[in-house]
Design a protein around this ligand. Structure first.
Ligand code: CA2
Length: 163
């Protein structure tokens, strides 16, 4: 069974405890359950993680590259938190391992402060889900699954044995 890795960045461990007007009242444990439910419908497993540290997220992305290449991992759903708006290093890590990543944001970052309108991650992402609350996580899993399955269904010159 293939796995989808769900990564959460800084402060998302506080979900459901503060700022419910922006982020809602669901906790990160609730989000994890929603991800397991959606993945189960698709025949996938979920590996759900959160870190407040940029380097830890980068290590996890680097480790995901070979797992994906080996076919054990479908890809990554990533809510980078505020690192979205600051981290060229996260961008570089995703590009370096050629990993399908769906970026997710609980809030509509484009309707908030100007600084939240720029994402370093988006140019390296396969797709983006923004502003649907925590429902964006299962949507991102579904989108990742459909996109990877479509890509795998299209024969490449390598899979056909061409040059
Ligand atoms: O909307 C999102 O998902 C964000 O990635 C959340 C980040 C924010 O910096 C991004 O601009 C948009 C913030 C995560 C912190 O989450 C909290 C949750 C509850 C209470 C306090 C922080």
């Amino acid at each position: 069974m293939r796995t989808v890795l769900v990564l959460n960045g800084p402060n998302l461990n506080l979900l459901g405890t503060r700022e419910p007007g922006i982020y809602g009242s669901a906790t990160l444990a609730d989000v994890e359950r929603m991800c397991h439910d959606e993945a189960g419908k698709l025949g996938l497993q979920v590996d759900f993680r959160q870190s407040n540290h940029e380097g830890q997220l980068i290590d996890w992305i680097q480790e995901a590259g070979p797992e994906c290449a080996a076919g054990r991992l479908l890809g990554v759903v990533l809510n980078p938190g505020a690192l979205t708006h600051t981290s060229l290093a996260l961008h570089d890590a995703i590009k370096a391992v050629a990993l399908p990543v769906v970026e997710v944001h609980i809030s509509n970052v484009h309707a908030r402060e100007e600084v939240r309108r720029h994402s370093f991650v988006s140019p390296a992402a396969l797709g983006i889900v923004v502003g649907f609350g925590v429902a964006g996580y299962p949507l991102a899993i579904r989108g990742l699954y459909d996109a990877v399955r479509s890509a795998e269904a299209i024969p490449t010159s390598a899979s056909e044995g061409g040059s």
